[in-house]
Ligand binder design. Structure first.
Ligand code: SAH
Length: 288
């Protein structure tokens, strides 16, 4: 069995196991096999890798992931799915279940424990995640999962557009730069709300995240992050005004510093790339 992948299977399971999808846990089940297959295709190459699945739900992705990979650790908050997911562990001896809040665990420790490994293996994440905790999940993966090789995530379309946006676009901002600092991110596809049951109020997108092997060199990470926040709180202001209220130097000196790294003091934050912000923060960090 590959998990419950169609509308009739999901409806039947709801009757049989007497449960109702919970909004608070973002339970919108994928009921389109075509999309399920495309998501798994976008995880390639998956063989020889472990996979962590966040929120397996009724197992729409889990069984197929198990067939293709070394093993799947499926982390689910809702114990109510235990009878259904346990069937998958019978069908596939390389599926491990962990009933926990993904935000409160150490994913890599749990992966090692689940498969009795001495070291953290290289692994991927594949998940249709609960949309209300997209940012915390994303940054947990980016900041804490150092052996992660790639992540394929289904998220709300608007959020995906903000993550992949480049300088100058309307949706470009703090989220694009913060995510781009840790990883390169590809937009895989848009997924209509009709592919889920119950239907969510928004459309979705699949994105693929590949963590950077070498992180940009930032001398003072705290300064970099607070500068970014300050800049995008005032996105209509010029970089000169933003930096002038942020750094103690005289305005003329601030202007020279911005120019010295080849940036226009009249530019707005949305015109600067992640690398521009890094260069700017590093230059100011050096000047003290
Ligand atoms: N992957 C399934 C279900 C997606 S719905 C499918 O595509 O059909 C999102 C899933 O995430 C639900 O099963 C929900 O119970 C689970 N979930 C929500 N919050 C969670 C959390 N904090 N930790 C782990 N799982 C969570």
């Amino acid at each position: 069995m590959a998990g419950l992948q169609s509308l009739s299977q999901v409806k039947q399971a709801m009757q049989e196991y007497q449960f109702h999808p919970r909004k608070k846990w973002g339970q919108n089940f994928l009921v389109d096999r075509n999309i399920t297959n495309k998501i798994i295709e976008s995880c390639m190459p998956i063989d020889g890798q472990y996979v962590v699945e966040i929120g397996p739900g009724l197992g729409a992705l889990t069984g197929t992931l198990a067939q293709r990979s070394l093993g799947v650790l499926a982390i689910e908050i809702d114990h109510g799915f235990e009878p259904i997911l346990s069937e998958l562990t019978v069908q596939h001896d390389n599926v491990r279940l962990l009933f926990a809040d993904v935000l409160s665990i150490d994913i890599e420790q749990e992966l090692m424990r689940a498969f009795a490994l001495k070291e953290v293996p290289s692994y991927m994440v594949c998940a249709n995640i609960p949309y209300n905790i997209t940012s915390p999940i994303l940054f947990k993966l980016l900041e804490q999962c150092s052996s992660l090789t790639a992540a394929t995530l289904m998220i709300q379309k608007e959020v995906a557009q903000r993550i992949v946006a480049g300088p100058g676009s309307k949706t470009y901002g703090l989220l694009s730069i913060s995510a781009g600092y840790y990883a390169t991110i590809q937009y895989v596809m848009t997924v209509s709300r009709h592919c889920f049951y119950p239907e969510p109020e928004v459309d979705s997108s699949v994105i693929r995240i590949i963590p950077r092997e070498i992180m940009p060199e930032v001398y003072d990470e705290k300064l970099f992050k607070t500068l970014l926040k300050a800049a995008f709180q005032k996105r209509r202001k010029t970089m000169l005004n933003i930096c002038n209220s942020f750094f103690p130097q005289e305005k003329a000196q601030v202007e020279d510093t911005i120019k010295s790294i080849g940036l226009d003091p009249g530019a707005r934050p949305e015109n600067l790339s992640m690398e521009d912000f890094v260069a700017l923060a590093n230059r100011f960090a050096k000047e003290g």
